[in-house]
Design a protein around this ligand. Structure first.
Ligand SMILES: NC(=O)c1ccc[n+]([C@@H]2O[C@H](COP(=O)([O-])OP(=O)(O)OC[C@H]3O[C@@H](n4cnc5c(N)ncnc54)[C@H](O)[C@@H]3O)[C@@H](O)[C@H]2O)c1
Ligand SMILES: O=C(O)C1=N[C@H](C(=O)O)CCC1
Length: 252
């Protein structure tokens, strides 16, 4: 039995994850943390300031964090200090915040950290990498679209796409949108759409002469992210104390 706690418990992802954990026969939902108290499928949700006492009392095996970047850093620190393994889905980290998280995790607890926990996006990333290897001389444009409430841009998934393209093609200049007179050179265009209740669309366009190739992924329900995160939570327990990717969880 894996004991699971959720930080960001009252949010869009936290409530979805809570439902899936609550329904999992091999998992026990022990409660959550958010900015205010509440309940998560009958379990206690405590305010963030109480996370250390909460972790000491509930003794979860794994803390799943889907909050905001600044909060996630503190939640990671608290989990690591209490020997609680981590699943971190929160995006929007600065390089400095990533280093703080790395320092808290490495050598202390196992943590799966991914900008996108859906199986489909992890396969989509592999397809993007393969396409980049073959189509590097095409013009490349990355587009992402999300719901009106998303706080960070570009999405973490889009930033991972850019990391993959840089790994395969070298660090090209990025053009975040375009306006006025423009002359296209070898940059990668990055475009962000926000509106409605779009769950998460990502596309990489390779535009050549006389043809285009587009690799894309469309999410219809955030359950795909939650299912991946919960799968990772069942995988991470007992692993060596370091950071893992979702690709390692999936064996991709
Ligand atoms: N990796 C993935 O697969 C994936 C998928 C979806 C969303 N996300 C990311 O997850 C994050 C949350 O997304 P969301 O749509 O659930 O947002 P949301 O705003 O619905 O939920 C975030 C929750 O975190 C809470 N929170 C804020 N500060 C906190 C703190 N200090 N401690 C505990 N909780 C705190 C908020 O009150 C809120 O309930 C975002 O960064 C988003 O990009 C990642
Ligand atoms: O809804 C969100 O917010 C999402 N965030 C992740 C990202 O920033 O890539 C994953 C997709 C949904």
């Amino acid at each position: 039995m894996v004991k699971v706690a959720v930080s960001g418990a009252l949010g869009r992802m936290g409530t979805t994850i809570g439902r899936i954990v609550n329904e999992a026969p091999d998992m026990e939902l022990v409660g959550g943390i958010d900015i205010r108290e509440g309940t998560l499928f009958g379990t206690e949700v405590v305010p963030a300031a109480g996370i250390d006492a909460f972790l000491k009392e509930k003794k979860p095996d794994v803390l799943i964090d889907f909050t905001v970047a600044a909060a996630a850093v503190e939640n990671v620190r608290a989990a690591a200090a209490n020997n609680v393994a981590l699943i971190v889905g929160t995006t929007g980290f600065s390089p400095e915040q990533r280093e703080v998280i790395r320092g808290a995790v490495e050598g202390h607890v196992p943590a799966v950290i991914s900008s996108n926990f859906s199986v489909g996006v992890n396969i989509f990333w592999k397809l993007v990498r393969e396409a980049a290897r073959e189509l590097g001389d095409y013009d490349i444009e990355v587009t992402e679209a999300h719901h009106r409430y998303k706080k960070d841009a570009p999405s973490g998934t889009a930033k991972t796409i850019l990391e993959i393209l840089d790994q395969e093609l070298g660090g090209r200049e990025k053009a975040y949108g375009r306006v006025g007179e423009t002359e296209r050179k070898n940059e990668i265009g990055v475009h962000v759409v926000r509106g409605g209740d779009i769950v998460g669309d990502h596309s990489v366009l390779f535009a050549g002469n006389f043809e285009c190739i587009e690799v894309s992924h469309r999410a219809y329900d955030r359950a795909i992210f939650a299912q991946g995160a919960v799968r990772a939570a069942g995988w991470v327990k007992g692993r060596e104390p370091r950071i893992y990717s979702m690709q390692e969880v999936l064996g991709l």
